[in-house]
Design a protein around this ligand. Structure first.
Ligand SMILES: [Zn+2]
Length: 376
């Protein structure tokens, strides 16, 4: 909105504050005010004068993205838990429920960095609302990183990205940004399992960012998984953070590292290379092969046919099958009981049985689905 008004004003040889005051009967409004939640009568007036649909006008502000991208623009109690803790991907649910900032709105960066694509801005002075949010790190048109600048294009801009932040764009980050862009422009994202609504995608992404920075002590058996994610993207563990902070308060170089780690985590989950015990991780995995064998071997069971399956493929098949089983066990006692019986084979002490039941509870498989004998 601030960029659009600046361009309209400049076509009349005016500054945008002059246009606001003398042309639209408003007081002077700052760029953040214009981009966040400007007065509704201004939006109505702009729609009327420009002949644009009101929805298109309001979509140039954050207010136009409630409730898809944010539940509300005013910080409400419990907002963090509702937005970030409802889903889980890398860690079992509820593992992260220790931190929740007060007065928090998702994606609203408090550092106020200005970002843009130098190639886009070389041909047009239009600044996108979504460039200003720490939600995407690249321009899809030019396949390059967004960079920080100072000043107001086109009159004045100074590219201020340090050289070490101009590293090549990893393919996983580019894919994640394509999905975010699809969410913004179409309202849906094609995930490996099935398309999800944009609001699910934004919360899924914010959940992974939270999981990647949660206190090390909360990782439990998933510590190795999380370490592998950070190694895979080549940044220090937990982006080098010593104490927990919400993503929105971090500086852009750290936020970029976290976005890269989230993209790496998604890539590893999609490839079946991470355990990812969260309840929403299945969305990132491809649909398991629905064909059910009647027991007849598909081909001659020769040694050669067996050797063709790599360990990775077999492991992926096993984790896919487990995923389907867990999903079914959550709603069906007939599946929950044999799954429990199978997992219980390895339990040799009361302690390990208790821990197994704890795992079932964390996976949201109702414990009263399990046999009464066991409960006694
Ligand atoms: Zn561009």
């Amino acid at each position: 909105m601030s960029s659009w008004l600046r361009r309209i004003a400049s076509s009349y040889d005016m500054h945008s504050y002059e246009l606001l005051e003398h042309g639209l009967g408003q007081r002077e409004l700052s760029d953040p005010e214009l981009d966040l939640d400007p007065p509704r009568d201004l939006l109505e007036e702009l729609a009327k004068r420009t002949g644009l649909d009101q929805h298109r006008v309001i979509a140039m502000t954050m207010a136009g993205w409630v409730p898809w991208l944010v539940d509300s623009l005013s910080p409400a109690p419990g907002a963090y838990e509702t937005y970030v803790h409802q889903l889980s991907v890398l860690l079992p649910p509820k593992r992260r429920n220790i931190y929740a900032p007060q007065k928090w709105v998702p994606w609203l960066s408090v550092t106020g960095a200005r970002r843009g694509c130098p190639d886009c801005l070389a041909s047009s002075p239009a600044i996108l609302l979504f460039w200003q949010l720490p939600l995407m790190a690249s321009c899809l048109v030019h396949g390059r990183r967004l960079e920080t600048y100072e000043g107001h294009p086109p009159d004045f801009s100074l590219w201020a990205t340090p050289a070490h932040d101009q590293r090549p764009l990893p393919e996983s980050l580019s894919l994640m940004d394509r999905r975010t862009w699809q969410a913004i422009t179409t309202g849906f994202v094609d995930l490996p399992r099935y398309p999800v609504h944009a609001s699910i995608w934004f919360r899924l992404l914010r959940t992974i960012l939270d999981e990647l920075t949660t206190a090390q002590g909360r990782y439990g058996r998933q510590l190795d998984d999380v370490r592998r994610v950070w190694e895979h993207c080549g940044h220090p563990f937990r982006a080098g953070l010593y104490s927990w902070q919400p993503f929105e308060t971090l500086h852009w170089p750290v936020q970029q590292q976290l976005l890269e780690a989230a993209a790496a985590a998604m890539e590893l989950i999609e490839a079946g290379a991470l355990t990812a015990l969260g309840t929403s991780a299945y969305l990132l995995r491809p649909e398991p092969d629905p064909r059910i064998s009647d027991g007849t071997p598909r081909g001659p069971l020769t040694a050669t046919a067996q050797e063709k399956r790599t360990l990775d493929e077999l492991w992926k098949q096993a984790t896919d099958a487990l995923e389907v089983c867990i999903a079914a066990a959550k709603v069906n006692p007939v599946v929950a009981q044999p799954l429990y019986d199978f997992a219980r084979y390895g339990c040799r002490s009361e302690e390990s049985v208790r821990s197994l039941r704890q795992t079932f509870a964390e996976l949201q498989i109702p414990l009263d689905f399990l046999s009464q004998t066991e409960n006694q």
